[in-house]
Structure formats: C-alpha cells, structure tokens
Design a protein. Sequence first.
Length: 140
Amino acid sequence: MAGLGYVRMEEVPDIPRLPRTPGAVVYAPLGDTPVDPDVVLVAGRPGRLMLLMEAAGHAGVATRPGLLGRPTCTALPGGAVASTGCIGNRVYTDLGDDELYVAVSGRDVARVVGSLTTIIGANDALAGDHRERRRTLATH
C-alpha cells in the first residue's frame, strides 16, 4: 500500500489498532456466529445507516465523528463508526457504490438495537413535520 502511495508511512502510526492480535477471525452473519462478536459490520444505504448511527448516539455508545475512508479496517476498534469502505474491502465483499458501512462494537449491539425503535419513530414523525414545513415554505 505504501509503495503505491495509497498510504503514507507517516500515517501508519495513526491507524487505529485492536489492543491485541486476535487468535482467530470469524466472518459470519450475526445470527450464525459461533461466538459473541467483537465487531458487527452493517452494510447499507446512507439513509438507513444514519438511523443506526443516531441509535448508537441515543444509546450512549461512543461514535467517532466523520466518515472514515481507507483502509476499512480502521473502523474496527471501538464504539460505532461509519466508513466508506476501501477498495480492497469493496472487491472482497461486493459492497455497492451506493452503500457504506457502520461498525459497531459487539458489546454495544444490543443497546444500539434497543434504541432503533425510538430513533426510527422519531425520524418518521420528524420527516412528516419537515415535509409539511417545506410545503409551507414553498407556498410563501
């Protein structure tokens, strides 16, 4: 990666790392994991992932500001993080050009899921309010 100019050597120390090297890595749908996950990756369209990030904040889960780019693995350690996905990840996973990722710590998934109903309901109500306000503003 450095030889191609993709990553500069001075960037390497700032790339987030897991606190220890994993003994094994399991890639599986969440419902099929044989062990509790350290990280759950959710791929989807930006509007849907917005709800997930809002639910993480609502649940008190630490979120990293901004949208991470390359490499995708920098999204893995801690909290809830949105990522554009890097080219290697996109090639291996067939992630669509219209999709992004949110990585959520396995220990936080239940809390985030617990906040989704509230966040989705609030967004539905707010969408109606904003549509009405937009209609009102357009007529004045």
